[in-house]
Design a protein around this ligand. Structure first.
Ligand code: HEC
Length: 117
């Protein structure tokens, strides 16, 4: 029953979101595609990955509330913890899922980035 009620509005909504996505793609193509020869985001840069961590770990990984500081922590320590989260040897709340999203190389790169903050 609830499915029936939602069907019509969501069809209308998806037409709107498709238009929005189309517009977004056109804008992205106009602004940032020129200098991007692969069309893929370059994830090997520790700073780019690191930026995704800062919402929780604070600006530059300085720590925030109960969330531990990453800035200035030796690369081997951060990388070791991330690898442990990735393999579930260490149990966290969110870090296991986050660590599984990165290759070993990306973990080394982001750990190096924070070690140098
Ligand atoms: C959604 C919030 C969030 C994001 C995003 C996040 N973290 Fe975490 N991080 C945590 C929390 C919370 C902990 C404590 C362990 C747990 O609960 O998973 C933690 C713990 C850690 C630890 C262990 C630190 C210690 O001293 O024990 C490392 C290393 C770490 N995070 C690295 C990262 C890196 C690198 C990124 C980005 C790729 C990242 N985190 C993204 C929330 C986050």
């Amino acid at each position: 029953m609830s499915q029936k009620r939602e069907a019509a509005p969501s069809r209308r909504l998806s037409a709107v979101s498709l238009a929005a996505i189309g517009l977004g793609l056109m804008m992205a193509a106009g602004t940032s595609q020129a200098d991007n020869h692969t069309g893929k985001m370059e994830l090997s840069h520790g700073s780019l990955i690191g930026a995704t961590c800062m919402g929780c770990h604070g600006s530059k990984g300085m720590g925030s509330g109960n969330i531990p500081r990453l800035a200035g922590v030796p690369q081997a320590v951060t990388a070791g913890k991330l690898m442990a989260y990735k393999s579930d040897a260490l149990e966290g709340t969110v870090m296991n899922r986050i660590a599984k999203g990165y290759t070993d190389e990306e973990i080394q790169a982001v750990a190096e980035f924070f070690a140098n903050q």
